[in-house]
Structure formats: structure tokens, C-alpha cells
Design a protein around this ligand. Structure first.
Ligand code: BQF
Length: 291
């Protein structure tokens, strides 16, 4: 039977550390502030935004939600980001993805000041991750790294297989595992002999978006299995990519869904917002805002 990796508990530990540091900043009159922009009314996005706002409250951050209508224009959104880039009380800016189709995601994300880009999605911060010199790591892969570390399993030299090659999870995940000296393979929808590759993985990370995608035959005995998937099963219940029932007995360590990677994504966002606040308050101290 696998050891269950308790993402909720580890996320609580990360948030407790952030809260402690947030208290220290308060002594200097600094309250980290996060702006969350949501366009339209996708129900899943609304839940994610609520989770982020609640986490801000838990760690003592200021948060401001900008719930914009579906029909918001590119210019309106860019103007809002420009305003937030300049505000001294806002340290982190995040645009909840996906955006409605008439908005250009690349342009909008690129408009966020790199110093406030707490999702680390802008080209500058993406490039920083590539060379291993970053202030912010993208929240989901950063959370996955913490979960792997919690097992005590060494990454160095191990076969690490990532299924999925998105800019948000798969690609940065592979880069971060590589920085930890993993031997990294990235699989995707065109990969041939997928199960042959995955069954050699000491550390297997699935970010596919299909329920029951990873089955026991694809998993090496004793492997660390990290499930990044957020899907609904046949009964509409939240589940990951991993067929938990069959994989769990074979894995060495496994994350559940819910309560695995999801809570860590939120915790790492809090960590990034704290980092941003430290960065931006140092700037503010040098250039106090004009009254
Ligand atoms: C949990 C996300 C896909 C696309 C865009 C806790 C979250 C989820 C699950 C959460 C996610 C997924 C977020 C749990 C934020 C993670 O208890 O298992 C928290 O809020 N997430 C997002 O903002 O955008 C997404 C997944």
C-alpha cells in the first residue's frame, strides 16, 4: 500500500510559514496585497478565485477581486493591469485563466509587471525558470516539488516522467526536475509506447486532464505518483488523472485528488505573493509614493 501524500497538510504548513513572515512585515507597515482578476463566470474559475481569496485571509494578506463581465475588452483589461502595476498596495497580480476567446492571453499576461507576476506566467519569469535564476516559480509545479520533497525520495539521478507539456505545468515541471538533476522525460498526446516510458519512472507526474488516464500497468512498483489532474468522473465527482484505486496499491507514494496538488498550488501562490511584497516594499521604501 502506498504512502498517501497529504497535500492539504503540507499546504497548511507552507501557509503557516507565510503567515509568520507576513506578521513580521506588518511590523514595518507592509501588508502583502494580491489582485485577482476574473473575466466572465466560469464556475470552476470562480471556485479557484474563492480559494485564493480565502488563503489570503488565512495568511494576513490584503486581496482585491476584480470580477469583470464576459464582454470586457482587451483595452479595458490592459488598462486595469496598468493601474495595478502602478499601485503600491498591490504586490501580486493574477489573471485567472482561461480567458474568454476574444481576449489575447499572451498580450494580457505579458502586460503584468514581472515584479508582480506571482503566477510566473510572463515571458520574463518563464525565461528565469529556464536558466534557474528566478524569484517566482509557477505555483503548480512549485507545489509538486514540495510534495516530492516531503517524501524524502531523492530526485537526483532518478527517472522522472512528466505526462503533459503545457506552459503552465508540464514544461516548467520538467525544467525544475532537471535543475534537481532528475533524468527527465516529457510525454504528450503524440508519444508512442507511453506505458513503456511511464513504467520506468521513479517519479511520475501526470498533468493530462483525463479521468482514469494513468492505470496500474503504467506505473513502476514503488514509484512516487503525483496527480496534477482536475477532472470530473462519470458521477461528476472531482478526480485526478490517476486511476487511484488500481494505482495506489502499486505506488510507493501517491497524491489524492482532492487534497493533493490543488491546495499546494494555492499555498505556493501565497509564498510568491509574500516574495513580491518583500521585493516591492523595498522599492517603495526607496521611492515613497507621492501624496
Ligand atoms: C483540492 C486550476 C486547472 C485549470 C486552471 C484545492 C484548488 C483545487 C483543488 C485550486 C487550479 C487547480 C487552480 C484543491 C487553483 C488548483 O483541495 O484538491 C485548491 O483552487 N486550484 C486555478 O486557479 O486554475 C486552474 C486547474
Amino acid at each position: 500500500m502506498a504512502n498517501l501524500i497529504n497535500g492539504k497538510e503540507i499546504a497548511a504548513q507552507v501557509k503557516a510559514e507565510v503567515a509568520k513572515e507576513s506578521e513580521k512585515l506588518a511590523e514595518y507597515g507592509v501588508t502583502p496585497g494580491l489582485a485577482v482578476i476574473i473575466v466572465g463566470d466560469d464556475p470552476a474559475s470562480k471556485i479557484y478565485v474563492r480559494n485564493k481569496k480565502r488563503a489570503c485571509e488565512e495568511v494576513g494578506f490584503y486581496s482585491e477581486e476584480f470580477a469583470l463581465p464576459e464582454k470586457t475588452s482587451q483595452k479595458e483589461l490592459l488598462d486595469l493591469i496598468d493601474t495595478l502595476n502602478k499601485r503600491f498596495d498591490i504586490d501580486g497580480i493574477l489573471v485567472q485563466l482561461p480567458l474568454p476567446k476574444h481576449l489575447n492571453e499572451k498580450t494580457i499576461i505579458g502586460a503584468i509587471s514581472p515584479k508582480k507576476d506571482v503566477d510566473a506566467f510572463s515571458p520574463f519569469n518563464v525565461g528565469r525558470v529556464m536558466i534557474g535564476e528566478y524569484r517566482f516559480l509557477p505555483c503548480t509545479p512549485a507545489g509538486v516539488m514540495e510534495l516530492i520533497k516531503s517524501t524524502g525520495v531523492e530526485i537526483s539521478g532518478k527517472n522522472c516522467v512528466v505526462i503533459g507539456r503545457s506552459n503552465i505545468v508540464g514544461k516548467p515541471m520538467a525544467m525544475m526536475l532537471l535543475h534537481e538533476n532528475g533524468t527527465v522525460t516529457v510525454c504528450h498526446s503524440k508519444t508512442e509506447n507511453l506505458s513503456e516510458i511511464t513504467s520506468k519512472a521513479d517519479i511520475l507526474i501526470s498533468a493530462v486532464g483525463k479521468a482514469h488516464f494513468v492505470t496500474a500497468d503504467m506505473v513502476k512498483e514503488g514509484a512516487v505518483v503525483i496527480d496534477v489532474g482536475m477532472n470530473n468522473d462519470e458521477d461528476g465527482k472531482l478526480c485526478g488523472d490517476v486511476d487511484f484505486e488500481s494505482v495506489e496499491p502499486k505506488a510507493g507514494y501517491i497524491t489524492p485528488v482532492p487534497g493533493g496538488v490543488g491546495p499546494m498550488t494555492i499555498a505556493m501562490l501565497m509564498k510568491n505573493t509574500l516574495t513580491a511584497a518583500k521585493l516591492n516594499s523595498a522599492v517603495a521604501a526607496k521611492r515613497p509614493p507621492k501624496k
